[in-house]
Design a protein around this ligand. Sequence first.
Ligand code: UT7
Length: 338
Amino acid sequence: MNPAPSPESPFRGKSCSIAGVGSFVPARVMTNAELASLVETSDEWITSRTGIKERRIAGADEFTSDMAFHAAERALASAGVTPDQVDLIIVATITPDMLFPSTACLVQHRLGAKKAMAFDIEAACSGFVYALEIGRRFIESGSVTNVLVIGAEKISSIIDWTDRATCVLFGDGAGAAVLQHRPGRRGIITTCLASDGTKGEFLCMPGGGSRIPATAESVTTRQHFLRMNGKDTFKSAVNAMVAVGFEALEKAGLTIDDITLVIPHQANLRIISAVGERLGVTAEKTFVNLDRYGNTSAASVAIALDEAVTTGRLVRGDLVLLLVFGAGLTWGSALIEW
Ligand code: UT7
Protein backbone atom coordinates (compact mmCIF):
# COMPACT_ATOMS: atom_id res chain seq x y z
CA MET A 1 0.00 0.00 0.00
CA ASN A 2 1.31 3.50 -0.77
CA PRO A 3 2.01 5.74 2.20
CA ALA A 4 -0.58 8.51 2.66
CA PRO A 5 0.23 11.92 1.16
CA SER A 6 2.15 14.01 3.65
CA PRO A 7 1.66 17.74 4.14
CA GLU A 8 4.19 20.04 2.50
CA SER A 9 7.56 20.08 4.21
CA PRO A 10 8.33 23.48 5.75
CA PHE A 11 11.88 23.08 4.46
CA ARG A 12 11.00 22.20 0.89
CA GLY A 13 8.30 24.75 0.21
CA LYS A 14 5.35 23.74 -1.95
CA SER A 15 5.06 20.21 -3.32
CA CYS A 16 5.27 19.82 -7.09
CA SER A 17 2.90 17.50 -8.98
CA ILE A 18 2.70 16.49 -12.61
CA ALA A 19 -0.72 17.82 -13.61
CA GLY A 20 -0.71 16.50 -17.18
CA VAL A 21 1.44 14.72 -19.76
CA GLY A 22 1.52 14.48 -23.55
CA SER A 23 3.72 13.07 -26.27
CA PHE A 24 4.23 13.13 -30.00
CA VAL A 25 6.13 10.91 -32.43
CA PRO A 26 6.51 11.42 -36.19
CA ALA A 27 4.26 9.33 -38.45
CA ARG A 28 7.11 7.80 -40.45
CA VAL A 29 8.08 4.32 -39.20
CA MET A 30 11.52 2.92 -40.00
CA THR A 31 11.71 -0.84 -39.47
CA ASN A 32 14.76 -3.00 -38.83
CA ALA A 33 14.25 -4.49 -42.29
CA GLU A 34 14.58 -1.02 -43.83
CA LEU A 35 17.81 -0.41 -41.90
CA ALA A 36 19.14 -3.72 -43.19
CA SER A 37 18.88 -2.24 -46.68
CA LEU A 38 21.05 0.75 -45.62
CA VAL A 39 23.83 -0.90 -43.57
CA GLU A 40 25.10 -4.42 -42.94
CA THR A 41 22.73 -5.46 -40.18
CA SER A 42 19.67 -7.63 -39.64
CA ASP A 43 16.37 -7.64 -37.77
CA GLU A 44 17.72 -10.61 -35.82
CA TRP A 45 20.87 -8.72 -34.65
CA ILE A 46 19.01 -5.52 -33.72
CA THR A 47 16.19 -7.35 -31.92
CA SER A 48 18.41 -9.72 -29.97
CA ARG A 49 21.04 -7.09 -28.99
CA THR A 50 18.68 -4.17 -28.28
CA GLY A 51 14.99 -5.18 -28.28
CA ILE A 52 14.26 -2.46 -30.87
CA LYS A 53 11.94 -3.43 -33.77
CA GLU A 54 11.21 -0.01 -35.28
CA ARG A 55 11.65 3.70 -34.66
CA ARG A 56 10.01 6.96 -35.82
CA ILE A 57 11.91 9.32 -38.08
CA ALA A 58 10.94 12.98 -38.48
CA GLY A 59 10.40 14.34 -41.99
CA ALA A 60 12.77 16.78 -43.70
CA ASP A 61 10.47 19.68 -42.73
CA GLU A 62 9.65 18.37 -39.24
CA PHE A 63 11.91 19.74 -36.49
CA THR A 64 12.54 19.27 -32.78
CA SER A 65 10.45 22.37 -31.98
CA ASP A 66 7.49 20.97 -33.97
CA MET A 67 7.47 17.71 -32.02
CA ALA A 68 7.99 19.62 -28.76
CA PHE A 69 5.05 21.90 -29.63
CA HIS A 70 2.67 19.00 -30.34
CA ALA A 71 3.67 17.16 -27.14
CA ALA A 72 3.27 20.42 -25.18
CA GLU A 73 -0.21 21.09 -26.57
CA ARG A 74 -1.30 17.60 -25.48
CA ALA A 75 0.23 17.98 -22.00
CA LEU A 76 -1.43 21.38 -21.52
CA ALA A 77 -4.81 19.97 -22.62
CA SER A 78 -4.50 17.03 -20.22
CA ALA A 79 -3.63 19.43 -17.36
CA GLY A 80 -6.41 21.88 -18.28
CA VAL A 81 -3.88 24.70 -18.60
CA THR A 82 -3.95 27.30 -21.39
CA PRO A 83 -0.73 28.63 -22.98
CA ASP A 84 -1.22 32.08 -21.44
CA GLN A 85 -1.12 30.46 -17.97
CA VAL A 86 2.36 28.98 -18.51
CA ASP A 87 5.08 30.72 -16.49
CA LEU A 88 8.13 28.74 -17.56
CA ILE A 89 9.05 26.47 -20.49
CA ILE A 90 12.11 24.20 -20.25
CA VAL A 91 13.11 22.10 -23.24
CA ALA A 92 15.67 19.32 -22.73
CA THR A 93 17.35 18.47 -26.03
CA ILE A 94 20.68 17.75 -27.71
CA THR A 95 19.14 18.35 -31.15
CA PRO A 96 17.74 21.90 -30.95
CA ASP A 97 16.40 23.41 -34.18
CA MET A 98 19.48 25.67 -34.10
CA LEU A 99 22.10 26.68 -31.51
CA PHE A 100 20.10 29.81 -30.76
CA PRO A 101 17.44 30.99 -30.23
CA SER A 102 16.52 28.15 -27.93
CA THR A 103 13.97 25.53 -28.91
CA ALA A 104 12.04 26.57 -25.78
CA CYS A 105 11.64 30.08 -27.23
CA LEU A 106 10.45 28.63 -30.55
CA VAL A 107 7.87 26.56 -28.66
CA GLN A 108 6.84 29.59 -26.57
CA HIS A 109 6.19 31.56 -29.76
CA ARG A 110 4.23 28.75 -31.42
CA LEU A 111 2.10 28.13 -28.31
CA GLY A 112 1.50 31.84 -27.78
CA ALA A 113 2.69 31.43 -24.18
CA LYS A 114 3.38 35.14 -23.92
CA LYS A 115 4.23 35.47 -20.23
CA ALA A 116 6.48 32.39 -20.06
CA MET A 117 10.24 32.43 -19.43
CA ALA A 118 11.81 29.90 -21.78
CA PHE A 119 15.18 28.19 -22.01
CA ASP A 120 16.80 24.91 -23.09
CA ILE A 121 18.89 22.57 -20.99
CA GLU A 122 21.29 19.89 -22.22
CA ALA A 123 21.84 16.70 -20.26
CA ALA A 124 21.49 14.35 -23.25
CA CYS A 125 19.28 11.31 -22.55
CA SER A 126 18.98 12.37 -18.89
CA GLY A 127 17.60 15.77 -19.90
CA PHE A 128 13.93 15.24 -19.04
CA VAL A 129 14.64 14.35 -15.39
CA TYR A 130 17.15 17.22 -15.10
CA ALA A 131 14.48 19.60 -16.51
CA LEU A 132 11.88 18.13 -14.16
CA GLU A 133 14.14 18.92 -11.21
CA ILE A 134 14.68 22.53 -12.35
CA GLY A 135 10.93 23.00 -12.88
CA ARG A 136 10.18 21.44 -9.52
CA ARG A 137 12.45 23.94 -7.76
CA PHE A 138 10.60 26.86 -9.39
CA ILE A 139 7.25 25.43 -8.25
CA GLU A 140 8.55 24.72 -4.73
CA SER A 141 9.78 28.27 -4.36
CA GLY A 142 6.26 29.52 -5.03
CA SER A 143 7.52 31.96 -7.68
CA VAL A 144 5.60 30.29 -10.55
CA THR A 145 2.34 28.36 -10.97
CA ASN A 146 2.65 26.37 -14.21
CA VAL A 147 5.85 24.93 -15.64
CA LEU A 148 6.00 23.14 -18.98
CA VAL A 149 8.84 20.61 -19.16
CA ILE A 150 9.60 19.02 -22.52
CA GLY A 151 12.07 16.38 -23.73
CA ALA A 152 12.32 16.54 -27.52
CA GLU A 153 14.78 15.19 -30.07
CA LYS A 154 15.33 14.88 -33.78
CA ILE A 155 18.23 12.48 -33.19
CA SER A 156 17.99 11.33 -36.81
CA SER A 157 19.56 14.70 -37.73
CA ILE A 158 22.87 13.78 -36.02
CA ILE A 159 22.95 10.09 -36.92
CA ASP A 160 25.68 8.72 -39.15
CA TRP A 161 23.55 6.55 -41.42
CA THR A 162 26.67 4.62 -42.48
CA ASP A 163 27.53 3.56 -38.89
CA ARG A 164 25.62 0.38 -38.09
CA ALA A 165 26.76 0.48 -34.45
CA THR A 166 24.69 3.62 -33.78
CA CYS A 167 22.15 4.20 -36.57
CA VAL A 168 20.00 1.23 -35.52
CA LEU A 169 19.55 2.50 -31.96
CA PHE A 170 17.84 5.88 -32.12
CA GLY A 171 14.54 7.51 -33.03
CA ASP A 172 12.76 10.88 -32.95
CA GLY A 173 9.95 12.15 -30.71
CA ALA A 174 8.89 14.39 -27.84
CA GLY A 175 7.23 14.12 -24.45
CA ALA A 176 5.97 16.88 -22.16
CA ALA A 177 4.70 17.40 -18.62
CA VAL A 178 2.93 20.28 -16.87
CA LEU A 179 4.14 20.88 -13.31
CA GLN A 180 1.94 22.49 -10.66
CA HIS A 181 1.53 22.64 -6.90
CA ARG A 182 -1.51 20.50 -6.05
CA PRO A 183 -2.46 20.85 -2.36
CA GLY A 184 -2.47 17.52 -0.49
CA ARG A 185 -0.43 15.71 -3.15
CA ARG A 186 3.21 14.83 -2.74
CA GLY A 187 3.98 14.75 -6.48
CA ILE A 188 7.72 14.57 -7.03
CA ILE A 189 8.90 12.97 -3.78
CA THR A 190 12.59 12.90 -4.46
CA THR A 191 15.14 13.20 -7.24
CA CYS A 192 18.79 12.19 -7.58
CA LEU A 193 20.99 13.72 -10.28
CA ALA A 194 24.61 12.91 -11.07
CA SER A 195 27.26 13.36 -13.73
CA ASP A 196 30.81 12.24 -14.58
CA GLY A 197 32.60 14.43 -17.10
CA THR A 198 35.66 12.18 -17.12
CA LYS A 199 33.73 9.78 -19.37
CA GLY A 200 32.50 12.38 -21.84
CA GLU A 201 34.17 10.65 -24.77
CA PHE A 202 31.97 7.54 -24.37
CA LEU A 203 29.15 9.32 -26.18
CA CYS A 204 29.63 12.61 -27.99
CA MET A 205 29.26 14.71 -31.13
CA PRO A 206 32.57 16.59 -31.58
CA GLY A 207 31.60 19.09 -34.28
CA GLY A 208 29.32 22.11 -34.45
CA GLY A 209 30.44 23.89 -31.27
CA SER A 210 33.25 26.37 -30.60
CA ARG A 211 35.91 23.65 -30.57
CA ILE A 212 35.22 22.29 -34.05
CA PRO A 213 32.98 24.78 -35.88
CA ALA A 214 31.49 23.66 -39.16
CA THR A 215 34.02 23.67 -42.01
CA ALA A 216 34.26 21.68 -45.21
CA GLU A 217 36.85 19.53 -43.43
CA SER A 218 34.70 18.95 -40.34
CA VAL A 219 31.94 17.69 -42.62
CA THR A 220 34.15 15.36 -44.66
CA THR A 221 35.72 13.94 -41.47
CA ARG A 222 32.20 13.29 -40.08
CA GLN A 223 32.54 15.43 -36.94
CA HIS A 224 28.84 16.37 -36.93
CA PHE A 225 27.53 12.92 -36.09
CA LEU A 226 26.89 11.14 -32.80
CA ARG A 227 29.68 8.73 -31.77
CA MET A 228 29.43 6.09 -29.10
CA ASN A 229 31.57 3.52 -27.33
CA GLY A 230 28.69 1.08 -26.90
CA LYS A 231 30.23 -1.40 -24.48
CA ASP A 232 31.53 1.17 -21.95
CA THR A 233 28.30 3.15 -22.21
CA PHE A 234 26.28 -0.04 -21.57
CA LYS A 235 28.18 -0.89 -18.36
CA SER A 236 28.05 2.68 -17.06
CA ALA A 237 24.31 2.90 -17.78
CA VAL A 238 23.49 -0.22 -15.74
CA ASN A 239 25.64 0.76 -12.74
CA ALA A 240 24.43 4.36 -12.74
CA MET A 241 20.69 3.66 -13.00
CA VAL A 242 20.84 0.98 -10.30
CA ALA A 243 22.72 3.37 -7.97
CA VAL A 244 20.25 6.27 -8.34
CA GLY A 245 17.31 3.88 -8.17
CA PHE A 246 18.40 2.64 -4.74
CA GLU A 247 19.39 6.17 -3.68
CA ALA A 248 15.92 7.56 -4.45
CA LEU A 249 14.22 4.71 -2.56
CA GLU A 250 16.48 5.22 0.42
CA LYS A 251 15.93 9.00 0.48
CA ALA A 252 12.16 8.44 0.38
CA GLY A 253 12.23 5.66 2.99
CA LEU A 254 10.64 3.21 0.54
CA THR A 255 11.50 -0.19 -0.93
CA ILE A 256 11.19 -1.36 -4.52
CA ASP A 257 8.02 -3.24 -3.53
CA ASP A 258 6.30 0.10 -2.82
CA ILE A 259 6.82 1.16 -6.45
CA THR A 260 3.97 0.60 -8.92
CA LEU A 261 5.98 1.15 -12.07
CA VAL A 262 9.63 1.70 -13.03
CA ILE A 263 10.17 3.74 -16.19
CA PRO A 264 13.81 3.38 -17.25
CA HIS A 265 15.54 5.20 -20.10
CA GLN A 266 14.67 3.28 -23.25
CA ALA A 267 18.12 2.59 -24.75
CA ASN A 268 18.47 -1.18 -24.77
CA LEU A 269 16.26 -3.97 -23.43
CA ARG A 270 19.36 -5.74 -22.08
CA ILE A 271 20.23 -2.63 -20.04
CA ILE A 272 16.64 -2.43 -18.76
CA SER A 273 16.64 -6.13 -17.79
CA ALA A 274 20.01 -5.87 -16.00
CA VAL A 275 18.83 -2.79 -14.08
CA GLY A 276 15.54 -4.48 -13.19
CA GLU A 277 17.30 -7.61 -11.98
CA ARG A 278 19.65 -5.67 -9.71
CA LEU A 279 16.89 -3.43 -8.34
CA GLY A 280 14.69 -6.48 -7.76
CA VAL A 281 11.85 -5.28 -9.96
CA THR A 282 9.80 -7.64 -12.14
CA ALA A 283 9.36 -7.20 -15.89
CA GLU A 284 5.61 -6.62 -15.27
CA LYS A 285 6.44 -3.55 -13.19
CA THR A 286 8.89 -2.18 -15.77
CA PHE A 287 7.66 0.00 -18.64
CA VAL A 288 9.12 -0.76 -22.07
CA ASN A 289 8.29 0.88 -25.39
CA LEU A 290 11.70 0.89 -27.08
CA ASP A 291 10.56 -1.88 -29.40
CA ARG A 292 8.45 0.81 -31.16
CA TYR A 293 10.55 3.97 -30.75
CA GLY A 294 14.19 3.01 -30.08
CA ASN A 295 16.21 5.47 -28.01
CA THR A 296 14.67 8.95 -28.29
CA SER A 297 17.22 10.48 -25.88
CA ALA A 298 15.68 13.28 -23.76
CA ALA A 299 12.19 12.35 -25.00
CA SER A 300 12.52 8.72 -23.90
CA VAL A 301 11.07 8.61 -20.37
CA ALA A 302 8.74 11.52 -21.17
CA ILE A 303 7.04 9.58 -23.99
CA ALA A 304 7.00 6.45 -21.80
CA LEU A 305 5.40 8.34 -18.90
CA ASP A 306 2.64 9.63 -21.18
CA GLU A 307 2.02 6.14 -22.58
CA ALA A 308 1.98 4.64 -19.08
CA VAL A 309 -0.74 7.13 -18.10
CA THR A 310 -2.84 6.87 -21.27
CA THR A 311 -2.75 3.05 -21.19
CA GLY A 312 -3.79 2.95 -17.52
CA ARG A 313 -0.51 1.44 -16.26
CA LEU A 314 -0.28 4.42 -13.91
CA VAL A 315 -3.20 5.89 -11.96
CA ARG A 316 -3.31 8.72 -9.42
CA GLY A 317 -1.73 7.70 -6.12
CA ASP A 318 0.66 5.18 -7.71
CA LEU A 319 4.37 5.54 -7.14
CA VAL A 320 6.54 5.70 -10.25
CA LEU A 321 10.34 5.63 -10.45
CA LEU A 322 12.00 7.28 -13.47
CA LEU A 323 15.60 6.23 -14.21
CA VAL A 324 17.70 8.01 -16.82
CA PHE A 325 21.21 7.83 -18.21
CA GLY A 326 23.01 9.64 -21.03
CA ALA A 327 25.99 11.44 -22.47
CA GLY A 328 28.06 13.63 -20.21
CA LEU A 329 27.96 11.20 -18.59
CA THR A 330 24.76 12.19 -16.81
CA TRP A 331 22.21 10.11 -14.93
CA GLY A 332 19.37 10.49 -12.49
CA SER A 333 16.16 9.29 -10.94
CA ALA A 334 12.82 10.80 -9.95
CA LEU A 335 10.44 9.13 -7.52
CA ILE A 336 6.95 10.51 -8.07
CA GLU A 337 3.54 9.99 -6.52
CA TRP A 338 1.36 10.08 -9.62
O1 UT7 B 1 21.14 6.75 -24.54
C1 UT7 B 1 22.49 6.73 -24.17
C2 UT7 B 1 22.86 5.44 -23.70
N1 UT7 B 1 23.15 4.53 -24.77
C3 UT7 B 1 23.22 3.28 -24.47
O2 UT7 B 1 22.96 2.96 -23.34
C4 UT7 B 1 23.70 2.27 -25.48
C5 UT7 B 1 24.60 1.29 -24.78
N2 UT7 B 1 25.19 0.26 -25.62
C6 UT7 B 1 24.48 -0.71 -26.20
O3 UT7 B 1 23.27 -0.71 -26.15
C7 UT7 B 1 25.23 -1.84 -26.88
O4 UT7 B 1 26.59 -1.75 -26.54
C8 UT7 B 1 25.06 -1.84 -28.42
C9 UT7 B 1 23.66 -2.23 -28.80
C10 UT7 B 1 25.41 -0.48 -28.99
C11 UT7 B 1 26.02 -2.86 -29.03
O5 UT7 B 1 25.77 -4.16 -28.48
P1 UT7 B 1 26.97 -5.08 -28.03
O6 UT7 B 1 26.40 -6.36 -27.60
O7 UT7 B 1 27.78 -4.28 -27.03
O8 UT7 B 1 27.74 -5.31 -29.38
P2 UT7 B 1 29.25 -4.96 -29.72
O9 UT7 B 1 29.45 -3.49 -29.82
O10 UT7 B 1 30.16 -5.73 -28.82
O11 UT7 B 1 29.37 -5.58 -31.17
C12 UT7 B 1 29.33 -7.00 -31.36
C13 UT7 B 1 29.48 -7.27 -32.84
C14 UT7 B 1 30.66 -6.54 -33.47
O12 UT7 B 1 31.20 -7.40 -34.45
P3 UT7 B 1 32.53 -8.26 -34.13
O13 UT7 B 1 33.58 -7.24 -33.77
O14 UT7 B 1 32.16 -9.14 -32.96
O15 UT7 B 1 32.76 -8.98 -35.39
C15 UT7 B 1 30.02 -5.37 -34.16
O16 UT7 B 1 30.76 -4.93 -35.27
O17 UT7 B 1 28.31 -6.82 -33.51
C16 UT7 B 1 28.69 -5.96 -34.58
N3 UT7 B 1 27.65 -4.96 -34.78
C17 UT7 B 1 26.58 -5.20 -35.55
N4 UT7 B 1 26.23 -6.26 -36.29
C18 UT7 B 1 25.07 -6.17 -36.96
C19 UT7 B 1 27.55 -3.73 -34.22
N5 UT7 B 1 26.42 -3.14 -34.65
C20 UT7 B 1 25.81 -4.04 -35.48
C21 UT7 B 1 24.62 -4.00 -36.22
N6 UT7 B 1 24.28 -5.10 -36.93
N7 UT7 B 1 23.78 -2.94 -36.20
